[in-house]
Structures are given as C-alpha cells and as structure tokens.
Design a protein around this ligand. Structure first.
Ligand code: FAD
Ligand code: NAP
Length: 538
C-alpha cells in the first residue's frame, strides 16, 4: 500500500450547492455567481442530484470509485496516458493520480474542463483555475496511487535537517528565482535571559506589518513574509518552550522584521530549533499552500435581512493583518469534507459612531457575509455559535496599496456583497492619501433592504466632503426617487466625472461575476486604461 497524500490540508472544496434534490431548472441563473468562476471560466449547469453535497454523499457511500477495490498502485507515465477517456479518466495532481471519471458530472466547471487534463499531469491547469480547492479531501476516494517517478517537488526539509545555531543558512532559492524574484532574504536570531529575537532581513523597503504572518501552533513556529509576489518562509520546530504571545515589529525603511519571543524558562538556548518543511525558502506565492489557524467566533450581528457582520478572534499565538483589498479563505468541515470559500475582511464600521465598543483592532477580523439559504457554506457558517471555531487562511489577492497611493479621484462600483473590498479601500483612501480630492461609491442592489451599511455610508458622506455615495436599485419600490436599473453606459458616464480633467483616477469594481465583467467592458469602452481599473475577483 502506498501512503496517502495528506488530507488534513490547507485547501478546501470550491463552489457547490445545497439543493440536494430539486435544483432549479435554470440554475445557474443568468446573474448567478455560479455561472462564471474566477478568470471568466464558465460554469455549467449541473444535472439534478449532482451538487457538491451529492458528491460528498457518494464518496461516503463506500462505493469503489477507482475500480481498484481500495488498492493503491504506482502509475507510470505510459499507464497514465492510456486513461484519457471520459469513462476512464486519470489525472495526476502533484504526483498523485486520481480516477476522476466518477466525478465528471459533479464538476462545476464541466466535463470538458476536466478532460483537458485527461491522462496527463493537471497540476498547472488546476492551479490556474482554483489553487485553493481542497482536491485532496474532495477526491480522496478517487485516489489511484502515485506516479512511479515523482515530479519535482519542493525540496524535502528532512534532507537537510540540522540544528539552527544562529548561523545563516543560504535560502533555498533556485537560480531562476534569484534572477527573477526579490534579492534573497535571510534571517538571524539572538537571545537574552528572557527573550529570543528572530530578525528577518527582507532587503525591501515596502514591507509592513501586513506583509508578515506569524503562527506558533504545536511544535511549529512559522513566519511567512510576502515580498512582492514571493513568500519567504521561516519554519522551525523551536528547541525550547515559549510563552503564548510575542511581538512583531518592522523597521520599514530597511525592510527589517523583528519577532520577539518570550522564553518560558530563562535558560540559554543552544540552538533556535530544527528546520521544518520548506524552512528558509523563497517561493512564488502562487506555488505555496494556504495556511490556516482556528479563530473563535466572537460576535454575529444582523446588518440586513440576509447579511451579517461576523467577528472572529485570532489565536494569541498568531500575528496576521489582512492588507487593504485582500481576502482570506474560511474553512469548515461540512459532512466530513473540508469546504473553503473566500471572504474579504472589512473594518468594524465606516464611522466611529457605529464602532464596536471594546475590541482592539489587531486581534479581530470582521466579515460582512450574506447567508444564502440554499448555499453550501454560508448556512453552516451561520450555524456557528459564539465561541465556536472557523479556520482562517493567510491573506491573498492582487490589489496593491500602491495603486491608490497618488490617487486624486477614486471611483468605487459595488454590487451586493461586492461592497466588502470597498470598505477598507474607502477607509484607506480617506485617511491615508493626501492627494485625494474625491471618492465616489455607486452601490448596486436589488431593493433598499439589501443595502449594506446604508446609514453609515450616508453619515460618512455628510462628514467628509470628499466622499459621495449613490444607490442604484434593480427592483425599486414605486416611491424610490434614486437611480434604478443595472450597470449601464449612461449610469457610468454620468458617475465617472473627474474632479479635474487630468486627475489621476482609479476605478474599483466588484460584484457578481457578470456584473464585474460587464462593468469592465463598459469602462474600457469609456476609454479608461487597464491601469485605471481594478476588478476584484477570486
Ligand atoms: P453556494 O453554495 O455557492 O450557493 C450560492 C447561490 O447559488 C445560492 O443562492 C444558492 O441557492 C445557489 N445555488 C447553488 N447551487 C444551486 C443549484 N444546484 N440550483 C440552484 N441554485 C443553486 N461573500 C460575502 O458574503 N462576503 C464577502 O466578503 C465575500 N468575499 C468574497 C471574496 C472573493 C475573492 C470571492 C471570489 C467571493 C467572495 N464572496 C463573499 C462570496 C463567497 O465566497 C461565496 O461564494 C458565497 O458566500 C456563497 O457561498 P455558499 O457556499 O453559501 O453558496
Ligand atoms: P446580488 O444581490 O445578487 O446582486 C447585487 C446587484 O447586482 C443587484 O441589483 C443585482 O440585480 C445586480 N446584478 C446581478 N447580476 C448582474 C448582472 N449580470 N449585470 C448587472 N447587474 C447585476 O449580489 P450578491 O448575492 O450580494 O452577490 C455578490 C457577488 O459579489 C457574489 O457573486 C460574490 O462572489 C461577489 N464578491 C466578490 C468579491 C471579490 O473580491 N471578488 C468580494 C465580495 C463579493 P438583480 O438582483 O435584480 O438581478
């Protein structure tokens, strides 16, 4: 028997449905987020009884899904190539081979999409489409075995297991990375009677507290620093025990990070500890796994009839700040399968009058989440009681703060919960950009009841002359005197008036995928350049 790939892991399943028996004929509806996945990939209507929940049920039924009666085999390349038909389709992902034929009809991206990798290594294709989907958990009953010759994997840390005694080992930076990526970061450590300080030298100026995530879980001490599009990881099994909390400081102008740990006992450490997986590696961020920690649900408050403000608390042994415009993944185990969905943290409020009373900012993360009664993930999330746990990943996303930095006019186009990334962008713009003259939000919703934080937005517009908000309703009541309809050239050309002819402009857009795609097309038609537009997608 071959060892199974780790199933614990940090990826989770993607979109799915809870409508177990009677999916709507027209699913996904024309404007449904289910129709198009990230990157414009079309989703196909799933047949009745082929939702993600149905798949989970099938995998638990004990049916032999590989045709190998539970045996795991070594697969040669020649063998893999032979299994390239719909009813006999094997795909290799990260060295492990899966028989995906039974999954074909359940795949939200459709059979054709899966067939693109039939009989071959689908790792790259998979990573392009949905890196965060927990295929190990989803496809564990389809595992055929592993490739006879393993493809190149990140270097096994055990090969160079040695004690970290304060010397600076050379980073595991490949030649290509050294040429293309940031100059090689390094680290050092020193100690006093009571403290151990780990110093990371990033050699980059644009490092801040949001660039670093630190976790101490069990035997693993992990510091991940995002340097441009790369992830520099320090991953150590500490040689001695430390207290739960630690401090993280950044000397921004030299890109130096200091993590100060408190020793449990004031003995002298002979070494920092042992290197763990991928320790001291610099890898493209897109090639790294998501890392999760369990966060406690602290509060849950109604915001609209279907949207709630959730606040979760990070463990004391975690440092994590979600940068403006980025999202995280939340993970829950639903019917024995890990399900992961992306969510964009917000601030607790837009104006101080609505602020949460006591919570210190750095340990809490807030989410505005719409509960879809027939959805897979959100009803389960809504069932969590205060004090329950949900796993939260490291931040991700392509938005860069530098995009707003010298901005003069900022236009925000949001539909429904597409408002969430705008919250921090708006706050950052109004508080941190001296050049800013104007921020306008056009907020599309179906009815007045669907508008998130309406009174906060109106209050903010009254308080800050630079900010203006317009609500557009697609199904307004007869007495509605505001704007109505869908995103259109007429609405946009009136809305996107610059404060000065040559103003530096950024337009951010987010909402259901078809809304965002249509908006992007209209913005290009209005001659805004790519650099002037940021669309939030997965
Ligand atoms: P799903 O199971 O995906 O269902 C969604 C809808 O489709 C429901 O209305 C459901 O009824 C319908 N449906 C599903 N299957 C069927 C079927 N077979 N037949 C008919 N109808 C069906 N959302 C937020 O609320 N807040 C955020 O901050 C946020 N941030 C995001 C950030 C990013 C980068 C992205 C990509 C998305 C974000 N989302 C956010 C959306 C979020 O990730 C989920 O897609 C959303 O919460 C729905 O999840 P779900 O599993 O509950 O619903
Ligand atoms: P919703 O209530 O269904 O829609 C909001 C408004 O947009 C409604 O007025 C709706 O009109 C309109 N609309 C929907 N589809 C449209 C289209 N094709 N063209 C023009 N207008 C359209 O929205 P929601 O349920 O809150 O969903 C929000 C979406 O944003 C989700 O898909 C979520 O994944 C996405 N999101 C993405 C991110 C990110 O960072 N990528 C962050 C947060 C949310 P009607 O209802 O009348 O059709």
């Amino acid at each position: 028997m071959l060892p199974l790939p780790a199933v614990d892991s940090r990826r989770g399943a993607g979109q799915g449905s809870r409508m177990l028996n009677v999916p709507s004929q027209s699913f996904p509806g024309p404007s449904s987020q289910q129709r198009v996945a990230s990157g414009g990939r079309s989703k196909v209507p799933l047949k009745q009884g082929r939702s993600l929940m149905d798949w989970i049920r099938l995998t638990k039924s004990g049916k032999d899904l590989t045709g190998l009666k539970g045996r795991l085999i070594e697969v040669t390349e020649e063998e893999l190539k032979k299994h390239n038909k719909k009813d006999d389709c094997w795909i290799c992902i990260r060295g492990f081979v899966y028989n995906v034929s039974p999954y074909m009809e359940y795949h939200p991206g459709g059979e054709e999409e899966l067939m693109r990798a039939a009989g071959s290594d689908g790792t790259d294709l998979f990573d392009q489409v949905h890196r965060w989907v927990n295929y190990e958990s989803m496809l564990k009953e389809c595992l055929v075995g592993r490739m006879a010759i393993k493809p190149a994997l990140p270097k096994d840390y055990r090969e160079e297991k040695k004690v970290l005694n304060g010397m600076l080992p050379k980073s595991q930076v490949t030649d290509t990375l050294a040429r293309e990526g940031p100059s090689s970061p390094s680290y050092d450590w020193f100690q006093t009677d009571s403290l151990v300080t780990i110093v990371v030298y990033t050699k980059q100026k644009d490092i801040n507290l949001g660039s670093i995530t630190v976790d101490h879980q069990g035997d693993s001490f992990r510091v991940e620093t995002i340097i441009k599009d790369y992830s520099y990881l320090i991953h150590i099994g500490l040689s001695h025990e430390i207290q739960e909390d630690f401090s993280v400081q950044v000397v921004e102008n030299v890109g130096k990070i200091e993590i100060v740990l408190k020793k449990k006992e004031s003995t002298t450490w002979k070494s920092l500890g042992c290197p763990l997986e991928n320790h001291n590696s610099l890898l493209p961020k897109k090639d790294t796994d998501l890392y999760y920690r369990k966060c406690q649900l602290i509060s849950k408050e109604d915001v609209t009839h279907d949207t709630k403000l959730f606040s979760v608390m990070l463990p004391p042994s975690t440092h994590l700040q979600v940068p403006v415009g980025q999202h995280v993944y939340l993970k829950l185990t639903i019917a024995g399968t890990e399900i992961v969905k992306p969510y964009t943290p917000v601030s607790d409020s837009l104006v101080p009058e609505f602020k949460e009373p006591v919570l210190p900012n750095s340990k809490y993360i807030y989410f505005l989440i719409k509960i879809y009664p027939a959805g897979l993930f959100t009803p389960e999330l809504d069932l969590l009681q205060i004090g329950d746990y949900v796993s939260v990943s490291n931040p991700e996303g392509s938005f860069k703060i530098s995009q707003v930095q010298e901005m003069e006019d900022l236009f925000l186009l949001a539909a429904g919960t597409g408002f969430t990334p705008m919250v921090k962008v708006l706050h950052y713009a109004l508080t941190d950009i001296p050049s800013l003259r104007k921020v306008k939000l056009m907020f599309f919703n179906k009815t007045e009841d669907d508008i998130i934080w309406r009174s906060q937005l109106e209050k903010l517009a009254l308080k800050d002359k630079r900010f203006d908000v317009e609500f557009v309703l697609s199904a307004p009541p007869s007495e509605w005197s505001g704007k109505q309809g869908y995103i259109s050239p007429a609405l946009l050309s009136e809305f996107l008036k610059k404060s000065l002819e040559k103003s530096k402009v950024l337009i951010c857009i987010c909402g259901p995928t078809p809304f965002t795609e249509q908006g992007m097309k209209l913005l290009h038609d209005l001659n805004f350049s790519k650099d002037e537009i940021h669309s939030f997608t997965a």
